[in-house]
Design a protein around this ligand. Structure first.
Ligand SMILES: N[C@@H](CCC(=O)N[C@@H](CS)C(=O)NCC(=O)O)C(=O)O
Length: 196
């Protein structure tokens, strides 16, 4: 398998975590790219030039972090990251995490290309929503010792938020979630994919 990824993408980090949790990482050839530069190898595989993009052993090209994660869960069911009896809970967390990633990445990537990004009404709306989302996420997270797909996604989303928008400073208001992040962050799959 080949995984197009970047060192900071929270979406790519989620897929890298899932591959590590499932003991598949040594079967992966990671291809580190800057997707914004539209490198030829990535655009040949994915016309949207986005990471993560996974090329499977049979040459299928998969995109979208949540979809790749679900493909990995179906294809390599052990260890289980999406227990059937807790599917609703896991999907809920996955959705919250994806919302947080989308909001943060939209703000940061617009800042990269536009001087007026911080006055854009939609991005301002997303910025205002983040603290409320953190409050909801704090109530949703599961056991950091036995994380599921939703927990791994939340840890990846918050890791990116802290890297790029540390000014949000949510940790004092949500001390329990901060502790959860520390605990889950000790897992090798997350510790070895920490964005820098
Ligand atoms: N919806 C996609 C989003 C992936 C995404 O936006 N990745 C960013 C990096 S964090 C990227 O590759 N951006 C390059 C671009 O949009 O051209 C997913 O869930 O995987």
């Amino acid at each position: 398998m080949q995984l197009f990824m970047s060192a900071t993408s929270p979406y790519a980090r989620l897929v890298a975590c899932v591959l590590r949790e499932k003991g598949l990482w040594d079967r992966v050839e990671p291809v580190l790219v800057n997707p914004w530069e539209s490198p030829a190898g990535l655009t040949a595989a994915n016309p949207f030039s986005r990471v993560p993009t996974l090329v499977t052993d049979t040459g299928a090209v998969l995109s979208e972090a949540a979809l790749i994660s679900l493909y990995l869960e179906h294809t390599y069911p052990e260890p289980v990251l999406l227990p059937v009896e807790r599917a609703q809970t896991v999907y809920r967390k996955l959705g919250l995490a994806q919302g947080l990633m989308d909001a943060t990445v939209a703000i940061i990537s617009n800042r990269k290309f536009r001087d007026d990004a911080d006055s854009d009404p939609i991005l301002r709306r997303r910025r205002r929503q983040i603290p409320a989302a953190i409050e909801v996420i704090a109530q949703a997270v599961g056991d950091p010792e036995h994380p599921d797909l939703g927990d791994l996604a939340i840890a990846s989303a918050i890791g990116y938020l802290d890297l790029r928008m540390s000014e949000i400073g949510w940790q004092q208001r949500e001390a329990g979630l901060a502790q959860w992040c520390e605990q889950i962050g000790e897992r090798p799959s997350l510790a070895q994919t920490r964005p820098a």
